[in-house]
Design a protein. Structure first.
Length: 307
């Protein structure tokens, strides 16, 4: 397949590129920065995009968006929302206008769509929650409708918390846990809708190649875990004690709204459609998978991507 990818240099994007090229696909990044003749280029903030004719373009994977980690000031929230909504609308519109558009458009979204829902099990048919993340995800997904109206197979990938030592939540947790200063966050009872980097990349590849799947797909492990169980699994894998909880008031003091929505919220999302489609997860139980996740092997050797 010939595949165009946005966000190709990000955590998920660079690993996806390795995986796809290793198994024989042709991958082209949609780049920012200096504009080069004949190469796909865009500037989402300026509303500019240049998609040269793509003979045989089969699919687009849209992963680009402002990093949500860090304190959410009004300006930061504006950038987070606009980078997703405006960028997706720009790309989807350009794809819809192509003379020979690709057949498939995989659009990133997030399980933040569901909001803080306690112990409620959430699948792809569940309604959106409330708050900044939920509102952003709703608008983000709606921004890609032009591609669907142009009869591209659109998949809205609601991605969970990616477990990898390369970045994201796990990378930030590692230093205190390695020092024996780790512990559960808040009550520890909130559900974390996690997925290993290996399974996320594999699932995206699966969605690219299975033309029967369209619409919303949760990209999370089959068994969402409570935060205290995540902390216990990490401590066990590192052979370190887990006894330093971070109280909810401290989380909100340190991180503000971001801490409340990302660290204290409970989202028990399950990948109902992936399971129904027959996708095989390597990492289903976090306690069993954590040592393998921490090994973090992602190098390409002999045309095989190892995770």
């Amino acid at each position: 397949m010939n595949i165009l990818i946005t966000g190709a240099t990000g955590l998920v994007g660079r690993n996806l590129v390795k995986r796809l090229t290793a198994v024989g696909h042709s991958v082209v990044p949609l780049v920012r920065g200096e504009r080069r003749s004949g190469l796909p280029w865009w500037d989402p903030a300026a509303g500019k995009i240049d998609l040269p004719p793509f003979p045989g373009l089969d699919a687009v994977v849209h992963l680009a968006g402002e990093n949500i980690a860090g304190r959410w000031t009004a300006e930061r929230k504006r950038r987070i929302r606009n980078s997703r909504v405006d960028g997706t609308k720009l790309l989807a519109g350009a794809l819809a206008e192509m003379r020979s558009p690709p057949r498939t458009f995989l659009q990133a979204s997030a399980v933040g769509f569901y909001g803080d829902r306690g112990d409620e099990e959430l699948d792809e048919g569940s309604e959106p929650g409330t708050g900044f993340l939920s509102d952003t995800c709703v608008a983000w997904e709606a921004a890609g409708e032009a591609a669907e109206k142009a009869r591209l197979r659109r998949v809205r990938m609601r991605i969970g918390v990616v477990m990898t030592p390369e970045g994201g939540a796990l990378k930030r947790m590692l230093p205190p846990f390695r020092l024996g200063l780790g512990g559960p966050i808040g009550s520890g009872r909130q559900y974390v809708p996690w997925i290993s980097l290996h399974d996320l990349v594999s699932a995206i590849e699966f969605l690219l190649t299975d033309s029967s799947i369209a619409g919303v797909v949760n990209l999370t492990a089959p068994a969402p875990t409570r935060q205290k169980e995540l902390s216990a699994a990490l401590g066990k894998a590192l052979k370190r004690p887990v006894f330093m909880p971070l109280p909810a008031f401290a989380v909100q003091l340190l991180f503000g709204e971001m801490g409340k929505d990302l660290l204290l919220a409970s989202t028990r999302a399950v990948p109902k459609r992936l399971i129904q489609a027959g996708f095989s997860f390597r990492d289903s139980d976090l306690s069993d998978s954590m040592p393998r996740i921490l090994s973090g092997i992602t190098a390409v050797r002999d045309n095989i991507v190892k995770y």
